[in-house]
Design a protein around this ligand. Structure first.
Ligand code: CA
Ligand code: CA
Ligand code: CA
Length: 131
């Protein structure tokens, strides 16, 4: 029987559910607050419009010096490859347009079943790096 490991798994999930949702990537069972937040029409999926709104929110939250672009410091969690990929025109700054384009490339990648909607399982992969 698997009862012992099942119980262990459940307690682990409970722990994850209560320990700061901000820094606990992984199989969280209750709806992650970010997901509920992103899912504006509450249909259990994040469509392109909803995703775009979140991307713009994140851009604004990252743009600490309010100059309308993201510099290396404002994207500190991006490794160089990721930063270079986002900075299409290579001016060492990521504009709003570049950021949106870059995040929508993520959307395409994460939307495994290609229904233009990220469901919760797809979202679990996404929330890890969508800041
Ligand atoms: Ca939705
Ligand atoms: Ca900035
Ligand atoms: Ca740029």
């Amino acid at each position: 029987m698997h009862s012992r490991s099942t119980i262990a798994l459940f307690s682990w999930l409970l722990l994850l559910g209560t320990a700061g949702a901000d820094e606990a990537p992984g199989p969280v069972v209750p709806p992650p607050p970010e997901f509920a937040n992103a899912d504006g029409n509450q249909d259990q999926g994040v469509d392109r419009d909803e995703y775009g709104r979140i991307v713009i929110d994140r851009f604004d939250a990252r743009d600490l010096n309010r100059d309308g672009v993201l510099n290396r410091g404002e994207l500190r969690d991006f490794d160089s490859d990721r930063f270079l990929a986002a900075d299409k025109d290579g001016n060492s700054k990521v504009s709003r347009q570049e950021f949106i384009r870059f995040r929508f490339a993520d959307f395409e990648r994460l939307d495994v079943d290609r229904n233009n909607n990220l469901d919760r399982r797809e979202y679990e992969n996404w929330r890890i790096d969508l800041h």
